[in-house]
Design a protein around this ligand. Sequence first.
Ligand code: MN
Length: 283
Amino acid sequence: MKICRFNDDRLGLVEGDQVLDVTAALDVLPPVRYPLPSHDLLVAHLPAVQREIARLAGSAPSVPLASVRLLSPIANPGKIVAAPVNYTKHLNEARADAGINFQNKVEEIQRVGLFLKATSSLVGPSHGVALRHSDRRNDHEAELVAVIGKTARNVKSGDALDYVAGYCIGLDMTVRGPEERSLRKSIDTFSVLGPWFVTADELADASQLDFWLTVNGEPRQSANTRDLVLSLPMLIEFASSYYTLHPGDLVYTGTPEGVGPVVPGDVIVTEFEGIGRMTVDVR
Ligand code: MN
């Protein structure tokens, strides 16, 4: 399923160029009271929500996809985990080099480690990116994002995909400067997630997806997820060896070559095979 949040916090099922309004499926979620759970309620109950969406879809009213405002498909992630640059143009050559360079690259990323982005930086594609320090260079980073589906602690890479509920496209926006990554990448609107959430039963294999990003139609990034240095299962093993991952937690998997600056007025378009295309305005 391709599940979106749209307009005034409505729940949608994306089918072609239409969105079926299946907001009533949220009624299967259990009532919550303070303190709220540290996971995303919808993702934690995804199988029940999907069953209800399927039941409602036949009679759900539809609206044109082009007419809706797309919100972040995951409303309440407990944390946003992100990998530093995690692709290398010459990975194939490195692999051919008896694996030694490839191993070093993995070790290099593990040495740098992962970082966290503030959940307050999360927006959907229709919200757009608002630059806060326009005197400095602000870069786009197109990334595959995995949505964690169940509590993960010390998970081995061989089992890691069992913990993935599905996928989205992410923009990990960055202002350049000397501060910690976590600060520079946590500006409001600097974590874009969209255009919808593709459940893992629909996108079984995210390990070889073509994707690209353009700014004002100019090609900037073009890669395939098979060239991730630390694969998604390895990232989940690494992350869950430090902190528990909860349903709805987001894993931004890192970006390939081609990051570049954006300025107010720019339009970022990014597309991932198997997920879709999203358009994000910069202001
Ligand atoms: Mn990034």
